[in-house]
Design a protein around this ligand. Structure first.
Ligand code: NDP
Length: 246
């Protein structure tokens, strides 16, 4: 299998780490961004201990100049980015009637604007090279909505529009663009939810448990494979049956 250069944004987080591990196991050269240098270097050392070498570049993906700079730094280190996973994300939950402009803007900036900010600097090169894989990590809540998450659901639903438009524009250039929509996964983001609320969520999941980060990474690995060349503009729900669409 051909070794590609892969950028996973938010790669130091729960799901991002699992995606990086999977892509590295597939033989790809992997990179991610960071904001806190000390934390990122400690994470990088842990990954190296497991035999995974991850290139790091500093940058906040909600800011266009920083996103462009981090892409350039990674490309200088590893070569042109061929696989991009837009995974960085945050929550700033509040019922809408109490939501502040800051809570709205931070979530739209990090979860949705980041897709523009990071994809824009890689897409032209992918088109020229006539090969690319782009995957957005959206959410079950972008499909079904969630109490207290108008900002998050709007951003995550917006990712679908981004995916299907990019898929159309770039299909003839050997580039596939897809979305993965995880349900509730046992990462810091979900473990920060109060125990009683989490128990209610788990009770609604037909499989009776939260997902694991590696179960999401498996879907990303599937979509970025050479063999997945005819899968584009799709959304893959991975949620233990929590929300079933068609
Ligand atoms: P984590 O909080 O564990 O990781 C988030 C990652 O994103 C971190 O590496 C974080 O870096 C990075 N990040 C956040 N903001 C920025 C920014 N402005 N610029 C650059 N990097 C940033 O989250 P998860 O692993 O749980 O989530 C990953 C993705 O999956 C998110 O998009 C999330 O919305 C989505 N998702 C998660 C679900 C879950 O159940 N966990 C369910 C459905 C979707 P830093 O350490 O610097 O903050």
């Amino acid at each position: 299998m051909q070794s590609r250069v892969a950028l996973v944004t938010g790669g130091t987080g729960g799901i991002g780490t699992a995606i990086i591990r999977r892509l590295a196991q597939m033989g790809h050269r992997v990179a991610t961004n960071y904001r806190d240098e000390a934390r990122a270097r400690a994470w990088q050392a842990r990954m190296r201990g497991d035999g995974i070498d991850v290139a790091l570049a500093q940058g906040d993906v909600s800011l266009p100049e920083q996103a462009q700079a981090l892409v350039q730094e990674i490309e200088r280190d590893l070569g042109p980015i061929e696989i991009l996973v837009n995974n960085a994300g945050i929550t700033r939950d509040s019922t809408f009637h109490r939501m502040t402009p800051l809570q709205w803007n931070e979530v739209i900036g990090t979860n949705l604007n980041s897709c523009f900010n990071v994809t824009r600097p890689v897409i032209e090169d992918m088109r020229e090279r006539r090969w690319g894989r782009i995957v957005q990590i959206s959410s079950i809540n972008g499909l079904k909505g969630q109490y207290g998450q108008a900002n998050y659901a709007a951003a995550k639903a917006g990712m679908h529009g981004f995916t299907i438009s990019l898929a159309r524009e770039n299909a003839r250039f050997g580039i596939t663009v897809n979305t993965v929509s995880p349900g509730y996964v046992a990462t810091d983001m979900v473990m920060a939810v109060p125990d009683d609320v989490r128990a209610k969520i788990v009770a609604e999941i037909p499989t009776g448990r939260l997902g694991t980060p590696d179960e999401i990474a498996y879907a990303v690995a599937f979509l970025v494979a050479e063999e997945a060349a005819w899968i584009t503009g799709s959304n893959l729900d991975i949620n233990g049956g929590h929300h079933m669409g068609w």
